[in-house]
Design a protein around this ligand. Structure first.
Ligand SMILES: Cc1cc2nc3c(=O)[nH]c(=O)nc-3n(C[C@H](O)[C@H](O)[C@H](O)COP(=O)(O)O)c2cc1C
Length: 358
């Protein structure tokens, strides 16, 4: 899965001029910034008041993702780019502030499968009723509320207009960030499934998407595991997929069009393809050992073939000369042997693309 750093938004939910929101927000950022750096988390503060969102004024339902207004598009992009949220929220009349409810209502898919933690503040209940109110709303949006929470009773925490320093509160803030980050990582596969450009995969719950250099770790592990079988049947370890470094894998992932099948954060299989003159070269077809003979390899092969452009006349593959299973699969898909000048333990198979439906 992607190794991109997580981006966590601290949502300042108070819009009241002169309110306590900025004070509480500043405390939070001060308390958790060192831990965010340790965890490689990008922490960004967004003040709901600065978004200038009117009361929901989109004609289409948020689930449609059709936005007419610039303010909605802007808000959508901000939330979409985030991996998790910490709402810094007061309690107004036993509930969350209207600005938070409105900001939540504007969007749908953008919130899904991201954790949300709460730093609440208020009088008698330290804002906890605001959090209870928000929790039942956010779950509808597939936001995942944390158990860890920070609740600040204003009367106890304020001293001369400032938040009294409190190491227990600081530790609770760090604990909240820790939990948020773990859940954000755990939910990454759920979020990825919703990303544009993903296809439904061949197994229930699986999906396929283009692999990028960010996926080099998983690809390297998959290669090492899958090509051991090839080494055994061909009686050689001189197979690039067994030796490539992480950087070499990153390099070819940038150059080839590679498709991976994922299930719950696990890379189940992959195939890469690219054009060389009028040939469409397909390779590195791999499926994890425990899920072979379930149609994943054939599905990947078809996906790679379908990506060949109209200028490609042949689809070309290489495999070990003793890799009977691979050769059988390719022959059953219409590939025929092509003589090689220097075979060196390798066979080449190709099929014409002229009969393909486009
Ligand atoms: C409209 C309004 C309603 C409030 N309702 C509650 C409440 O139900 N429970 C509570 O503990 N405090 C309540 N308070 C007190 C707030 O928690 C406190 O004023 C807090 O500082 C508000 O956050 P802010 O200063 O960032 O606006 C309310 C304050 C306002 C302005």
């Amino acid at each position: 899965m992607s190794t991109r750093p997580l981006r966590v938004l601290a949502l300042a939910c108070s819009t009241r001029p002169g309110g306590l929101g900025p004070l509480v927000g500043q405390w939070l950022i001060g308390a958790v910034t060192p831990r965010a750096a340790e965890l490689g988390v990008e922490l960004v503060t967004v003040s709901l008041g600065d978004l200038n969102l009117p009361f929901l004024d989109e004609e289409e339902q948020p689930s449609s993702g059709v936005y007419r207004h610039e303010h909605t598009g802007r808000w959508s992009a901000i939330v979409d780019a985030a991996d998790g949220f910490i709402a810094v929220t007061p309690e107004y009349n036993y509930g969350m502030p209207a600005a938070l409810k409105n900001a939540l209502d504007y969007l749908s898919r953008e919130w899904a499968w991201k954790p949300i933690g709460f730093v609440s503040y208020g009088n008698t209940s330290a804002g906890t009723r605001s959090v209870q109110h928000a929790k039942q709303v956010v779950t509808t949006l597939r936001l995942v509320p944390l158990g860890a929470t920070v609740a600040i009773r204003i009367g106890d925490a304020l001293e001369n207009g400032r938040l009294r320093s409190d190491s227990a509160r600081d530790a609770a803030g760090v604990g909240l960030l820790d939990e948020l980050v773990r859940i954000a990582h755990a939910l990454r596969p759920m979020r990825e499934r919703l990303r544009a450009g993903t296809l439904t995969g061949p197994l229930p719950g699986s999906y396929a998407r283009r692999l990028t250099p960010d996926d080099a770790q998983e690809v390297t592990v998959l290669q090492r595991c899958c090509w051991v079988d090839e080494a055994v049947v061909n009686d050689t370890t001189a197979i690039p997929a067994l030796h490539e470094s992480l950087d070499e894998v990153r390099e070819w992932l940038a150059a080839w069009q590679t498709t991976g099948i994922w299930l719950d954060g696990r890379l189940l299989g992959m195939v890469r393809a690219r054009r060389l003159e009028t040939d469409w070269h397909v390779g590195r077809l791999a499926v994890v050992p425990d899920l072979r003979n379930r149609g994943l390899g054939r599905w990947l092969l078809h996906t790679a073939e379908a990506a060949a452009g109209p200028e490609c006349r042949r689809i070309v593959l290489f495999t070990g000369s003793k890799s009977r299973q691979n050769i059988g699969l390719y022959q059953s898909e219409g590939y025929r042997p092509v003589p090689l000048a220097d075979p060196d333990g390798i066979v080449c198979l190709a099929k014409d693309t002229s009969g393909r439906q486009r």
